[in-house]
Design a protein around this ligand. Structure first.
Ligand code: SF4
Length: 385
């Protein structure tokens, strides 16, 4: 299903020009991006049926737009017990999910002594050790394929997680150091230093971990800085070939956050950025825009060269953007089909990674095979099963 990648992507200078394209140039941009996508996956648009497991919402960072992270004792802070994790995972499996998406704050044990004690009481040294145990538990008990998003990972931490994850993820978000300044999105966020996140991407490449990353638009970066982030991702992927997917995610203003009154990117701006991302990345990488962050008009993004809608949960809300419901899978299928495409279910590792040896740990790959057809996507009679 996937052709040998040939396109090398546009230059940074061309991307700087196109990221501000309008009128006829914008239409041409959408057509070029669509042609590249068609050369990769034709009319097939994928999604992953997943269950969302917010292992802990404690975090040592303080991003200006975040409502996920909580302070211990504020009434909403919570670290899931193994029993809770398993209950959610089993509900997901019963609803036909095949991916367990673990989302959690970054290194909370470095900020909160009471959370450190919580870990110590259970004989755990770190959140990553707990995460590893929960990924293993979920895979062994339910067969769901774990995909963990625990933030920045050292090489050693990645080695801990690799055997129990089909793939790992961490949004680069931005390559702009300007956003670390006081009043900006990543002030007091040691894990949002772009160089630190780029090192994590390289660690994943060196270890051969299929990896999901992407950019977050509208958090104070300039259009050119979006291009810089995408080019940085491309450069790392050229070296290791492990970036299975790039997400172009739009910022949503949430009440109660420092960024509550910030303007959100328009759907047109998101589409233009996605199309430029496709031209930068060429036909080598899967490109996603989450459908639940743009009410009603998300099908429009299909004309900007994307080929994936990401993880869709039939049982749990999007804990990072809880106010934005995921579209029903039936509705997503109908919107995709109305635009002239076909929706297919994929696993937490894309076909090009799950079908070749050496990327996904063998036990997980064996588990995955039972769901797949010859294209590496979920067989149509196993969708939702
Ligand atoms: S966005 Fe992520 S890293 Fe930033 S505060 Fe929220 S949970 Fe922590």
């Amino acid at each position: 299903m996937f052709p040998t990648p040939t396109d090398t992507g546009i230059s940074r200078a061309e991307a700087y020009r196109l990221i501000r394209a309008a009128g006829a140039e914008l239409l041409d941009l959408f057509q070029r991006a669509s042609r590249l996508r068609d050369a990769r996956t034709g009319p097939v648009i994928t999604y992953s049926r997943k269950v969302f497991i917010p292992l802990t919402n404690l975090c040592r960072d303080r991003c200006g737009y975040c409502t996920f992270a909580r302070e211990p004792g504020d009434g909403l802070a919570h670290t899931m017990t193994p029993e809770e994790v398993l209950r959610v995972a089993r509900a997901g499996r019963a609803a036909g999910c095949k991916e367990a998406l673990f989302s959690l704050g970054d290194k909370p044990e470095l900020r909160y002594p009471q959370y450190r004690e919580w870990l110590e009481k259970r004989g755990l040294r770190s959140t990553i050790e707990y995460l590893q145990a929960m990924c293993r538990l979920v895979f062994e008990e339910t067969g769901l394929l774990p995909h963990a998003n625990p933030g920045v990972l050292t090489r050693e931490e990645m080695l801990e997680l690799q055997p129990v994850n089909a793939s790992l993820g961490m949004m680069l978000e931005t390559a702009s150091r300007q956003l670390l300044a006081r009043g900006e999105a990543h002030f007091e966020c040691p894990d949002k230093v772009p160089g630190v996140r780029l090192s994590s991407l390289r660690n994943a490449g060196e270890l051969g971990v299929p990896f999901t990353t992407g950019i977050l638009t509208g958090i104070g970066e300039t259009p050119e800085e979006r291009v810089d982030a995408l080019v940085a991702i491309r450069e790392i992927h050229e070296q290791y070939g492990h970036i299975q997917e790039v997400i172009v995610q739009n910022f949503r203003a949430k009440p109660g956050t420092q960024f509550a009154a910030r303007p959100e990117p328009s759907a047109l701006d998101v589409a233009r950025t996605a199309a430029v991302a496709r031209l930068i990345l060429g036909n080598r990488v899967n490109l996603q825009v989450p459908p639940n962050l743009t009410r009603d008009s998300y099908a429009f993004y299909l004309f900007a060269g994307i080929n994936d809608w990401g993880g869709i949960s039939p049982v749990t809300k999007d804990f990072i953007n809880p106010e934005m419901a995921w579209p029903e899978i039936a509705q997503l299928r109908s919107a995709t089909s109305e635009a002239g495409f076909t929706l297919r279910e994929r696993l937490a590792a894309y076909p090009e990674y799950v079908c070749s040896s050496g990327w996904v740990p063998e036990a997980l790959r064996r588990g995955a095979q039972a769901w797949l057809d010859e294209t590496g996507l979920v067989a149509q009679d196993r969708e939702g099963a």
